[in-house]
Ligand binder design. Structure first.
Ligand code: CUA
Length: 330
């Protein structure tokens, strides 16, 4: 039998913080369990009935004692709440400068794509001391991306994007698991996160770029998303070939897409939406779900015409239109 460690390694900026919080909560639970159980046992002997006709004295409350117990306990609960809430919010709020990795789960493998287009399966190379944001989706059922050493886990869902982020603090190799039962080979849907030094990562990117064959990325069921072509470049080609520009050019038939990413748009019938990955995804697959105010519901759906990877590429292309024009568009 291999030796299974009691606790996984701690290798991200968040993992140490979560561990301290976890041990604090365990300490609180153990402390009060022992205190209450001990008091119950002690009092049951100390104040036991000593004769058959013994009548205990009547006690009717003690304000000082009650306030003295409740205030510190409430304070302790609030400290625990605030601490957890801060960690929790931090967990879902990736730094703005995080590099983005695209993750697609499918029965039964993990596919990853780096910002410049390098792809890998069941292995993820990342640079150390760098915030990494994962934009994740599933091509079939619900999976869950779990890296114990980073203390991160989140469901990966079909039909939408979810995100996770981490910043690895130690060079090394760490387990990656699927943590949601997803069918026959769920237990084999595992992999590795390989954390490299900055220079080694650059070197890895270069080799991954040169050995990958751009046109035949079809090994192991990888969808043909263009080898090491950056997603936004592949997206630009798709945008062209699908004829998106036919309507989305001057903002007459469909809204112009330059500079909309990250912005808030007003919707027909009231309400508004922030243009993010999930909004764009919905707008491409279910164009009539959210009509931008002032436009007609004339866009056909592209459901079935673009696969999951192509959808991602289109979204990255539209996002790139915003970063290019960040200065010129108000
Ligand atoms: Cu994928 Cu379990």
């Amino acid at each position: 039998m291999g030796d299974i460690p009691l606790f996984p390694e701690s290798a991200s900026t968040a993992s140490g913080q979560f561990d301290i919080m976890f041990f604090f909560m365990v300490f609180l639970a153990v402390f009060f369990t022992v205190l209450v159980a001990g008091a119950v046992i002690y009092f049951s002997f100390r104040y036991r009935r000593r004769s058959a006709d013994e009548v205990p004295p009547q006690i009717s409350g003690n304000t000082k004692l009650e306030v003295g117990l409740m205030v510190p306990l409430a304070g302790l609960a609030l400290i625990a709440f605030t601490w957890n809430a801060v960690l929790y919010m931090n967990m879902w709020d990736p730094p703005d400068d995080a590099m983005e990795i695209y993750v697609a789960g499918k029965q039964w493998m993990w596919k990853m794509q780096h910002p410049d287009g390098q792809q890998e399966i069941n292995t993820l190379h990342v640079p150390v001391d760098t915030p990494v944001k994962l934009l994740m989706t599933s091509q079939d059922v619900i999976h869950s991306f779990y890296v114990p050493a980073f203390r991160i886990k989140h469901d990966v869902l079909p039909g939408r994007y979810t995100t996770l982020w981490f910043e690895a603090t130690d060079v090394g190799e760490y387990h990656l698991f699927c943590a949601e039962y997803c069918g026959t080979n769920h237990s084999r849907m595992i992999g590795q996160v390989i954390v490299l030094g900055q220079a080694d990562y650059e070197e890895w990117l270069a080799t991954a770029g040169s050995t990958g064959s751009p046109t035949t990325a079809g090994d192991s069921g990888m969808a043909d998303s263009g080898g090491t072509v950056a997603p936004e470049a592949a997206g630009a080609q798709l945008y062209e070939s699908l004829g998106c520009a036919g309507c989305h050019n001057g903002g007459v038939i469909g809204p112009a897409l330059d500079g909309i990413f990250g912005e808030e748009v007003q919707l027909e019938g009231g309400g508004s939406a922030t243009v993010d990955e999930n909004y764009l995804r919905r707008s491409i697959l279910q164009p009539n779900a959210d009509i931008v105010a002032g436009y007609q519901p004339v866009m056909p759906t592209f459901e079935g015409q673009v696969d999951e990877d192509q959808l991602f590429q289109l979204i990255k292309y539209i996002e790139s239109l915003s970063s290019d024009n960040a200065e010129t568009e108000q």
